[in-house]
Design a protein around this ligand. Structure first.
Ligand code: 3UK
Length: 531
C-alpha cells in the first residue's frame, strides 16, 4: 500500500502550513471572529475523529450543503483527513434536486447549514443511503454531533492517501439529464493552485482573498480555499448572498487583496456605484473607493463583456482578469494575464495546461477557425460518477472536451464562440434550456416551448422562452406573467424565463429536434433591427 508516496490535501493545506510556522496566522476572517490555521486544524481533526465514530470510512461521501462559513472548511478537511469524500453542492436548488443528489452520490452523511434546512424539508421521495444529518449553526454543529466533536481527540494523522486517490466531487449540470458528479483527484486542488493561483495571480501568504462566487462552485472553492491555503494566505468568508451592497461592505471592512466575481456581479456593482456617485452629486475620486486594497480582480463563469471591463477599470483603476475554467478542469485554464489583458477574450493558455481547438474529426483547426476547445492538465477530473458514456465522450484520454466552441484570433488570444449544446450561463451558473422547457410544458396552457439565452440591457445572458400555446392563441401579457410565476415556483429562482414570447410553432430539424440556434439568430436579428 505504501509504495506510492503519501499525499493528502488536508495535510498539505492545514498541517503543512502549521509545520511551516503559520499556526498563529489567520486563515479565515469572518464578521464574528478570525480563525487561525491551528484552530481550523484542531476543529478539522476533532471532526474527522467524530466522523469515524459515526462509522464513516475511506471513500464514503459526505454531502456539504453549506453557506460560506468556517465550518465548511472544518467539515471538508475533516472528511478528507479520514479519506472520506466531501461533496459540496449548490445551495440554490429545489427539494427534488437535493433528493437526486443525495441518492445519486449515495452519501451516508449530510452536513447542512441551519439556514438551509428548509430547502430539504420538502423532499418527498426516499433517501436510500443517508444515515446522518449534521446541522451547523453558529459556527458549530448541533447536538448530537457537537457532543461527539467535543469529546473527540484533537489529534488526527491524515489517512495514508496518494495524489491519485479520490479527494472530493463537484456536481456539474448538463443540457439533458441530471447533474453529473465530477470525481476529482486528491492532488487537483494543488495543481489548480500552482498553475493558476500561483502562476497567474501570484498568490502569496500576504494575500487576503475574497470571492463572491460561493464555496460550493469549483470557481469559489479554488478562490476561497485552494489558493489562499496553498500559499499560507487568508480568506474572507461571508455568509450573506453576494449583492453589490454586501460585497462593497466586505471589501471596505476586510481590505482583501484579491477579488473574484462573475460578470453579472461586476455589472451590478458598477450600477450600484454609479447610482451612489449620482446621489452624492460630485465627481467620483478615482483614488478613494472600496477597492483600494485590491491588487487584482478576476472574472469567470461566463464571458466578461468588454464594456464592463472598461468601465470597471475607469471607475476603480484595477483590471479584471477574465479566464475560462470548468468544474471538470477544476479551475481556470485559459486566462488573461496581469499586464496582458485583451478585453472581450479569455486570454491565453495558463502555463501547466495544454489547449487545442479541433474539428469534428479531432484534427486541429487553423488559427482563426472555430472548433471544439479541448484541454489537458493534471487538475482534470478522473471521471463522472456512475456515468460511463458521459465519461468516455468527455474525457478522451488525456484530453477533456470542454463542450465550448473557441477560436484563436490574429494576435493569439482565445475567443469564445458559444457552446454546442445550447446550455446557458446565468450569473455564472448553468441553466439547461431543456429543464426550463420541461417546466413550462407542465402548465396546462402550454403545448411546447424552447428556451434560449438572451442579453439583458447590461448585455448579460438570461433565459428567454418561446412558447406555443395549446389553443393556438397568441397569448397575453397576463399569461406571460403567469408562466414566469409558474416557473419561479418550480425551479431554482435564477432559472425562470425573464421574457416570454408566444409563437405559433417552433423551428425543428427533420428528426424533430428543437433548433434553438434558429431562435437565437432570429432574436439577434430582431434586436439589431430595434436598435
Ligand atoms: C463557461 C466561460 C466564457 C464555459 C468555472 C472558473 O464556470 C466554471 O465552471 P462550470 O463547470 O462551467 C464551465 C463552462 O462555463 N465559462 C466559464 N468561464 C468562462 N465562458 N468565458 C469565461 N471566462 O462554457 C465553460 O465550459 O460552472 C470557472 C473556475 C472554475 C470553474 N468551475
Amino acid at each position: 500500500m505504501k509504495n506510492q508516496s503519501f499525499f493528502n490535501i488536508a495535510d498539505y493545506f492545514l498541517d503543512r502550513n502549521i509545520r511551516q510556522g503559520r499556526g498563529h496566522k489567520v486563515a479565515i476572517y469572518t464578521d464574528r471572529r478570525n480563525y487561525t490555521y491551528s484552530e481550523i486544524q484542531e476543529m478539522a481533526n476533532k471532526t474527522g475523529n467524530a466522523f469515524r465514530e459515526l462509522g464513516l470510512e475511506v471513500g464514503d461521501r459526505i454531502i456539504l450543503l453549506m453557506l460560506d462559513e468556517p465550518q465548511f472548511f472544518v467539515m471538508y478537511f475533516g472528511a478528507i483527513k479520514i479519506g472520506a469524500v466531501p461533496v459540496p453542492i449548490n445551495t440554490m436548488l429545489t427539494p427534488s434536486d437535493y433528493e437526486y443528489l443525495l441518492n445519486d452520490s449515495r452519501a451516508k452523511a449530510l452536513v447542512i447549514s441551519e439556514e438551509l434546512v428548509p430547502l430539504i424539508s420538502g423532499i418527498k421521495g426516499d433517501l436510500l443511503y443517508l444515515r446522518d444529518m449534521i446541522v451547523v449553526s453558529d459556527d458549530e454543529p448541533q447536538v448530537p454531533f457537537r457532543q461527539k466533536v467535543k469529546n473527540a481527540s484533537p489529534i488526527l494523522d491524515a489517512e495514508y492517501t496518494t495524489k491519485d486517490d479520490v479527494g472530493f466531487w463537484l456536481y456539474s449540470s448538463g443540457s439533458t439529464g441530471p447533474p453529473k458528479g465530477a470525481v476529482h483527484c486528491m492532488e487537483s486542488p494543488l495543481v489548480a493552485a500552482t498553475n493558476y493561483g500561483k502562476g497567474v495571480l501570484g498568490v502569496t501568504e500576504d494575500d487576503i482573498c475574497f470571492s463572491a462566487a460561493r464555496l460550493f462552485f469549483a470557481y469559489g472553492i479554488g478562490n476561497s480555499m485552494f489558493f489562499p491555503m496553498a500559499a499560507g494566505g487568508s480568506v474572507v468568508l461571508n455568509k450573506s448572498r453576494p449583492t453589490p451592497e454586501s460585497v462593497f461592505s466586505v471589501l471596505e471592512r476586510f481590505r482583501p487583496t484579491l477579488f473574484f466575481g462573475v460578470p453579472t456581479l461586476y455589472g451590478q456593482m458598477l450600477e450600484y456605484k454609479a447610482r451612489q456617485d449620482k446621489e452624492k452629486g460630485v465627481d467620483p475620486d478615482p483614488e478613494v473607493h472600496e477597492l483600494s486594497s485590491v491588487r487584482m480582480c478576476v472574472s469567470a463563469g461566463e464571458a466578461l463583456p468588454e464594456d464592463i471591463l472598461r468601465r470597471w477599470k475607469e471607475r476603480f483603476g484595477v483590471d479584471i482578469l477574465d479566464g475560462i475554467g470548468s468544474t471538470e478542469m477544476l479551475h481556470i485554464y485559459i486566462s488573461n494575464l496581469p499586464g496582458d489583458v485583451r478585453p472581450g477574450t479569455s486570454g491565453k493558455p495558463v502555463p501547466g495546461y495544454e489547449i487545442k481547438i479541433v474539428d469534428d474529426e479531432g484534427n486541429e483547426v487553423p488559427q482563426g477557425e472555430i472548433g471544439r476547445l479541448l484541454a489537458k492538465g493534471r487538475s482534470a477530473a478522473q471521471n463522472y460518477w456512475r456515468k460511463v458514456d458521459k465519461t468516455r465522450s468527455t474525457m478522451r484520454g488525456e484530453w477533456l472536451d470542454t463542450g465550448d466552441s473557441y477560436y484563436v484570433d490574429d494576435e493569439g488570444y482565445y475567443r469564445c464562440a458559444g457552446r454546442g449544446d445550447d446550455m446557458l450561463k446565468v450569473g455564472g451558473i448553468w441553466v439547461s434550456p431543456v429543464e426550463v422547457e420541461a417546466c413550462l410544458i407542465e402548465h396546462p396552457a402550454v403545448l411546447e416551448s424552447a428556451v434560449i439565452g438572451h442579453p439583458d440591457e447590461k448585455n448579460l445572458i438570461k433565459p428567454k422562452a418561446y412558447v406555443v400555446l395549446k389553443d393556438g392563441s397568441a397569448g397575453s401579457e397576463e399569461l406571460a406573467n403567469e408562466l414566469k410565476q409558474f416557473a419561479l415556483e418550480r425551479m431554482a429562482k435564477y432559472k425562470y424565463p425573464r421574457w416570454i414570447e408566444f409563437i405559433s410553432e417552433l423551428p425543428k430539424s427533420a428528426t424533430g429536434k428543437i433548433q434553438r440556434f434558429k431562435l437565437r439568430l432570429a432574436s439577434e436579428k430582431a434586436d439589431a433591427a430595434s436598435k
